[in-house]
Design a protein around this ligand. Structure first.
Ligand code: GDP
Length: 434
């Protein structure tokens, strides 16, 4: 998916525009229990094209002087995005900070679409002319508060989207990434994995813009590690983005089938871990929770069980994800990792037969009849799996409004029990049968 970044000095209206473009999607995202997310990165859609959008204004480096802030945000936008929407304030004209941003963007050779915000009505169009001086061609008048002009701006942005390189869908190579906050041991794990016996690394050179992909083979299975950890450890921008390495993690997640959420046994679980795991969950990827540095923990008989309970309690929405305890350093239980990756990867790609599925649903209904709301009873006519990665089911019903989420959860559990979807989220949608 292409990435659009919104940049501009403070108060030109970046967040307003961001929220407009993202529309109601952001609230859908926030409905996921246990997940809070920074409002800086979201999915949006225009003309049937899905893209990701970043509000660089949401990247909090506010302890820095203004000019440093705008510079760094512009730099982040350049690194992270395919198209940049450069936002200025029509009512204030060009300021020194705008010129600073322009200078950086100009050098980057990234496509830039210039949006002039706060042009709330046609009489204000004259304000546009001075912005030609910024050197990005035609300025697009918009009004964040009134939602005007965004269509034309997006039309222009979409024109600059790169053509997508689609990974071949049908091979059974498993693509996975390791995500987690700095220092949990992601790089160490990658090195240990690749150093394992009988692992044949075939290609490390596949460096893409966002990540370093390593292809390898073990026991005739093919894997790709999408590694974001070792990237660009340099410079000021790196440090400020490190706080938000989240952006990079998100892109790795998007390209993965399986995500290993890496925790540090020594340090325990902190808020940032939850946030990072939440992204993988929302993206619908298969997930394994990896507790690294298990060697460094002083253990009694119950230590593992207690840690596991803590993980379960803090990541309630990841109840489907297996947990493994290992050590990149001593290599203890490292050999269990790839088998689990294979298992959850296969579940993520699994397709179940429609007749079996409907038998399972029928049996489920025999145990637990469908609910009624205001005297109206839910009727389930037919269920089918419409997609994989993650497995997605459509239940055809008399009225989707009658599908209460507790009942949906019940169906999910029955489907999981029957078909063994360990490690993968599954999605269920109720549709009215025509
Ligand atoms: P990353 O930032 O997540 O890639 O973390 P690194 O792989 O750079 O590891 C951070 C630090 O943790 C390094 O000092 C590692 O040596 C150490 N480390 C990594 N894995 C283990 C482990 O299993 N046990 C112990 N005791 N230390 C580890």
């Amino acid at each position: 998916k292409s990435v659009v970044a919104i940049v501009g000095r403070p108060n030109v209206g970046k967040s307003t525009i961001f929220n407009r473009l993202v529309g109601e999607r952001i609230s859908i995202v926030e409905n996921t229990p246990g997940v809070t997310r920074d409002r800086i990165y979201a999915e949006a859609e225009w003309l049937n094209t899905m893209f990701n959008i970043i509000d660089t204004g949401g990247i909090d480096i506010s302890d820095e002087p203004l000019i440093v802030q705008v510079r760094e945000q512009a730099q982040i936008a350049i690194e992270e995005s395919d198209v940049i929407v450069f936002l200025v304030n029509g009512r204030e004209g060009i300021t020194a900070a705008d010129e600073e941003v322009a200078k950086i963007l100009y050098k980057s050779n990234k496509p830039v679409v210039l949006g002039v915000n706060k042009v709330d009505n046609y009489e204000m169009q004259d304000l546009l002319y001075e912005f030609y001086a910024l050197g990005f061609g035609q300025p697009f008048p918009i009004s964040g508060t009134h939602g005007l002009g965004l269509g034309d701006l997006l039309d222009e942005a979409v024109k600059h989207f790169p053509t997508e390189e689609q990974p071949p869908e049908d091979d059974d190579r498993i693509r996975f990434s390791l995500i987690g906050r700095p220092n949990v041991g992601k790089s160490s794990l990658v090195n240990t994995l690749l150093g394992e016996e009988r692992v044949i690394v075939s290609n490390i050179a596949g460096t893409t813009k966002d990540a370093i992909d390593t292809d390898f083979e073990k026991d005739d299975r093919e894997f790709t590690i999408i590694d974001t950890a070792g990237m660009r450890k340099r410079g000021k921008v790196y440090e400020s983005t490190e706080k938000y390495s989240v952006l990079r993690a998100l892109k790795a997640i998007e390209r993965s089938d399986v995500v290993l959420v890496v925790l540090d046994a020594e340090e325990g679980i902190i808020e940032q871990d939850k946030k990072i795991a939440g992204y993988a969950h929302e993206a619908g990827k298969a997930i394994v929770i990896v507790v690294n540095k298990w060697d460094a923990v002083e253990k009694s008989q119950d230590t593992m069980r207690e840690f596991e309970q803590e993980v379960r309690q803090k990541f309630q929405y990841l109840s489907y994800a297996p947990i493994i305890f290992l050590s990149a350093k001593t290599k203890k239980r490292i050999h269990t990792l790839l088998p689990i990756v294979i298992e959850v990867g296969e579940n993520h790609a699994k397709r179940v037969k429609t007749n079996l599925l409907n038998e399972v649903i029928e049996d489920a209904l025999a145990i637990n009849p469908t609910p009624s709301i205001k005297g109206q009873k839910l009727k389930i006519l037919y269920t089918t799996q419409v997609a994989t990665k993650p497995p997605t089911f459509v239940v055809f019903v008399n009225d989707p409004e009658l599908m209460h989420f507790t009942f949906e959860r019940f169906l999910e559990n029955r489907i999981r029990e029957a078909f063994g979807f360990v490690g993968t989220p599954i999605k269920i949608y109720a549709r009215q049968r025509k």
